[in-house]
Design a protein around this ligand. Structure first.
Ligand SMILES: C[S@@+](CC[C@H](N)C(=O)[O-])C[C@H]1O[C@@H](n2cnc3c(N)ncnc32)[C@H](O)[C@@H]1O
Length: 306
């Protein structure tokens, strides 16, 4: 329920992030009861490595509260697209937050933007798009896999985002985006195995004022075909980037320095060896491992056609 904006108090049915550590967090529902695997109504208890939590007890608590567990403690936090990307049930490969941040930037999204996306997949990117464009923008997202589209639709509804998104089952590579999408979009995003086929239908989808397109592909051969297709279709500013996030480690270090104040000048004008001194300082250290490849982002501008 509470993906739609920030709240102070946890209400019955709200989604809550139970944050144990930077690498350990879960999503749960603030509800007194749950349905067991056997179909019986039971008390809603969530098990964590630090002990169980009775989910109904969260109702009425403030977001941000520190909760005592049997063997430790946790914070109850607002759900965000970033948390969701880390813990969502994977139905497909998903796009992660580093690439997502650049996709939102390349698409130049803002509240009021009308965005077309395919495929919907597990809805990882869709959650971030919706947060950026609401309350007056809209996301039209297409997936040809009926069950995936249905599950995503229900998930958006459960998260209180239903009014900002329309999920459609459609093969956009064969059938395009449909008559009703003509001259509607400010931005188009494609995460498909053959995006160049869908690209053929994108030019009708943009508003007369043009817009921005971005496509995610894991392989460079896909990128080559996509860039060629975009160029043939009249797209401009075509560029492809690979976003590799390398995380530096911030560490305390000790270093010996020359203390010029205690240098003594001898009769012959030479300096005596100085005494060693050490200073503590904070520095950042290069990461031990190289960041892994996720995919290439190709972005382009579709020019206005009045
Ligand atoms: C990698 S997933 C997308 C993941 C999504 N971007 C996310 O962040 O969760 C690709 C999706 O595209 C869908 N798809 C593949 N070909 C398609 C087509 N021709 N038309 C519509 N959807 C398609 C698949 O069913 C799959 O769900």
């Amino acid at each position: 329920m509470s993906f739609d904006g920030y709240k102070t108090v946890i209400k019955e049915g709200d989604s809550v992030i139970l944050y144990l550590t930077i690498n350990q967090y879960y999503i749960l529902e603030a509800k007194n009861t749950a349905v067991s695997k056997k179909g019986a109504t039971v008390q809603n208890i969530f098990q964590t490595p630090y002990g169980p939590i009775i989910c109904g007890d969260l109702i009425g608590k403030l977001y941000g509260t520190k909760i005592q567990l049997k063997k430790g403690w946790a914070y109850v936090l607002q759900p965000t697209p970033e948390f969701w990307t880390e813990i969502l049930p994977h139905r497909t490969q998903i796009i992660y937050s580093t690439d997502i941040s650049m996709i939102l930037f390349y698409l130049e999204l803002k509240p009021t933007s009308i965005v077309v996306e395919s495929g919907t997949g597990s809805g990882s990117l869709s959650h971030a798009i919706i947060r950026r464009i609401k309350p007056s923008g809209h996301l039209y997202t297409f997936d040809f896999h009926e069950t995936r589209a249905e599950v995503a639709r229900n998930e958006f509804k459960d998260h209180g985002l239903g009014e900002y998104v329309t999920v459609q089952t459609r093969d956009v590579c064969t059938n395009g985006f449909g008559k009703e999408m003509e001259n509607k979009a400010d931005a188009i995003f494609l995460d498909l195995p053959q995006p160049w086929l869908a690209a053929n239908y994108t030019t009708q989808v943009f508003k007369k004022s043009g817009g921005r397109l971005c496509s995610f592909s894991p392989c460079v051969e896909q990128v080559q075909k996509m860039c060629a297709a975009l160029s043939n279709l009249g797209y401009q500013d075509i560029q492809t980037v690979e976003i590799l996030q390398s995380q530096f480690s911030v560490q305390k270090k000790k270093m010996s320095v020359l203390n010029l104040n205690i240098l003594k000048t001898q009769n012959d004008g030479k300096c005596e060896k100085s005494e060693k001194e050490y200073v503590n300082f904070i520095t950042s250290v290069l990461p031990n491992s190289l960041p892994g490849h996720t995919g290439y982002l190709t972005s382009a501008t579709f020019p206005p056609c009045y």
